[in-house]
Design a protein around this ligand. Sequence first.
Ligand SMILES: Cc1ncc(COP(=O)(O)O)c(C=O)c1O
Length: 411
Amino acid sequence: MSNTFPRVDGVLAVGGVPVDRLAARVGGTPFFAYDRDRLTARVTELRAALPAEISLSYAVKANPMPAVLHHMSGLVDGFDVASAGELQLAMDTTMPADRISFAGPGKTTAELVQAVAAGVTVELESITELRRVQDVSSDLGIQARVALRVNPDFAVRGAGMTLGGGAQQFGIDAEQVPSVLAELGDLDFYGFHVFAGSQNLRADSICEAQRATVELVLRLAAMAPTPVRYVNLGGGFGIPYSARDTALDLAPIGENLAKLVDTSLRQLDARVVIELGRYLVGEAGVYVTRVVDRKHSRGTTFLVVDGGLHHQLAASGNFGQKIRRNYPLTVATSAAATETVTVVGCLCTPLDLLGDKVELARAEVGDLIAIFQAGAYGLTASPTAFLGHPPPRELLVGATAHSLGEFKWRQ
Ligand SMILES: Cc1ncc(COP(=O)(O)O)c(C=O)c1O
């Protein structure tokens, strides 16, 4: 998986550049480095596995770094945003507004104004949100484009995080959808969105959810006031975070979608969307932090680093993990014989644990530790203000001609 990042002269490299050189370039540690070519490769791999009829939407929440978004805007077919802040970032890229959708509970009226003025699709999460969009639409004199986010009458098995089925703050319960459709008035009704779960490594359960979603959408489409032009099947594709995890097998998902596109979905003349965050960017990122202390306490060797959970909360196990497992990590600047150590961050809390009893090359003060799978839900999913340490740097690195300083004019 991610530990496939190569080494250059013994030092781990991102985008072809050794991380000690990246540290010098950005003015120190800690930092997040994202590999441009890995982002591109991931989208290419997905495109090859999924039928051509499937549109790929990137969920900006996974990694909203502007440079990443700009790169992604040239690779995917749409963006999913979850706040006016993300909307602003998405609108700064080349992604057309009509390929941006805004989902999420608790949209304020001010955010709805921004979304309608921007011309993006508002994914309605409740009947009251519908009424507020109608008011905004008539105040602005703009026909808002809306889709209904549906809370399905089924739940996905095997998802790390469930966002559909049962009682939810997300979406409109499937059984309430007919009455909401009847109240759409003169809004521009686009279609349906069902997002049932996240971080799923089981292709069979993703396929099952997709089939159930299509069935549900067809049932609801029959009650829609105008033809359905948009079917967002959600996503939930997971990535492996520990040695116990097996990478998701895309082949059955591609086959399942091809079957759905060729059969049931033929009945609709709709853009069919798969919406992914973590899967597109998670494995392309590395969090790099420096050892500032090495100490022994009652039989345990601790490596204390200058980063921690305030930058990379997920690696500490405190971002929705049911069972804490170490994220994959390595000593980026050493290939010495290994030892068992515990890697902790610099925050004065026992929660700041980055590697619990891990086998790593011996590291000294000054060495760099790299934590993999840091491209999604890293910096912006972390409590950066906690304890007042400085924020990390972020950079997007690619094997472009100038990444090692040897700039060459293109022929
Ligand atoms: C509506 C919606 N879309 C997309 C995502 C992205 O999920 P993931 O990063 O697991 O692909 C989420 C995650 O919570 C979501 O709620």
